[in-house]
Design a protein around this ligand. Structure first.
Ligand SMILES: [Zn+2]
Length: 336
């Protein structure tokens, strides 16, 4: 690649230029191209190349709006570096408004880095990965919770890798859940290929949630400031932060009875050990189970659909140490 020029199969974007592309990644039953929307913004001055991607799960919409607003509404006059904006990765899933690729219900987010002579999912993944992920220096992949659940905005990242840890912290979320990530996921495979990548989880599928979108946009500003792409902006500090490493620092609380769930807290809420988190009742509104917090923590994810079988997840709770707990209490003065 010539210094400062972004090239892809079929085109090039010079410094100071922006281009909206519809890039073919597969074909329909009719033989028509399946094309993903891509916006390349090449800053007038050189700097790192950053990709922003969304809707690798086709029904996870919040990130689409984050990436579109960065691509189309921000002033990139002072940009030092290049942004590769990929608002809809899983176009077939997006068209069907479902999580997986409609073909055999494949998870595009288990198909990376892909292969040219493999399944349709892996071929699609390879087109995306080779053209728009591998040429980058770092990336952010936006997700939401699975349908029927919601989560507070948080980052998932392999913080054992110092480069990934730098990126994760720069996004300035309160909670970072550290793991390598599943094999075949964009985050893990891009990181393994030398492109440090984090996942941002935010809210629920099938929605635009304005408050979360705005907070994610603040996170993108902070990341681009950290890496010098927007040198006049500041890197944010979220006020408090907890990095959740091993399994006993987080837990999914599960239903011990079938029934109707009444949640007493929303995602992002602080709870203390022993607090009632939810109750499960039967059709006669008699209580069949009360679920209490096993430790002091913050609720990262909760059920949206109030109906459960025994064993269904109710809420994702992350433990807070004493110092973090005090910082959260200062920020949430009304927390009990
Ligand atoms: Zn997802």
């Amino acid at each position: 690649m010539t210094e400062g020029v972004f090239t892809y199969s079929g085109g090039r974007v010079e410094p100071g230029e922006t281009e909206d592309i519809r890039f073919p990644v597969s074909e329909t039953y009719l033989g028509d191209p399946i094309r993903i929307p891509v916006t390349i913004i090449n800053g007038a001055k050189p700097g790192p190349t950053v990709y922003l991607s969304a809707a690798v799960h086709g029904d996870e919409l919040n990130g689409i709006e984050v990436v579109r607003e960065v691509a189309q509404e921000w002033d990139h006059g002072g940009l030092e570096g290049t942004l590769v904006c990929l608002p809809v990765l899983n176009v077939p899933g997006f068209m069907a408004q479902q999580r997986y690729l409609p073909i055999y219900d494949r998870d595009l987010n288990r198909a990376f880095p892909g292969a040219e002579d493999s399944t349709s999912a892996r071929r699609m993944a390879a087109r995306i990965f080779d053209e728009f992920v591998e040429p980058c220096d770092l990336g952010i992949d936006f997700h939401t919770s699975t349908r029927g659940r919601t989560n507070m905005l948080h980052v998932r990242a392999d913080t054992d890798d110092p480069q990934v840890a730098r990126l994760a912290k720069a996004f300035a979320s309160h909670v970072i859940i550290s793991s390598e990530g599943p094999s075949g996921s964009l985050r893990r495979e891009a990181t393994d290929a030398g492109v440090p990548t984090i996942t941002v989880e935010m809210g629920e599928a099938h929605r635009f949630q304005r408050d979360l979108i705005d907070r994610a946009l603040d996170g993108v500003v902070s990341v681009l400031a950290e890496y010098g792409l927007r040198p006049t902006d500041a890197v944010r500090w979220p006020g408090w932060r907890t990095i959740v490493g091993d399994q006993n620092e987080k837990t999914w609380l599960r239903a011990s009875a079938g029934g109707v769930v009444e949640m007493h807290h929303i995602q992002g809420a602080l709870v203390h050990e022993g607090d009632r988190i939810c109750t499960i009742t039967n059709p006669f509104k008699a209580e069949s189970d009360t679920v209490c917090a096993p430790f002091d923590g913050v609720i990262v994810g909760v059920l949206e659909n109030p109906l459960v079988y025994p064993g269904n997840p109710l809420c994702h709770l992350v433990r807070l140490d004493a110092d973090t707990l005090r910082a959260v209490e200062r920020e949430q003065p009304n927390a009990e």
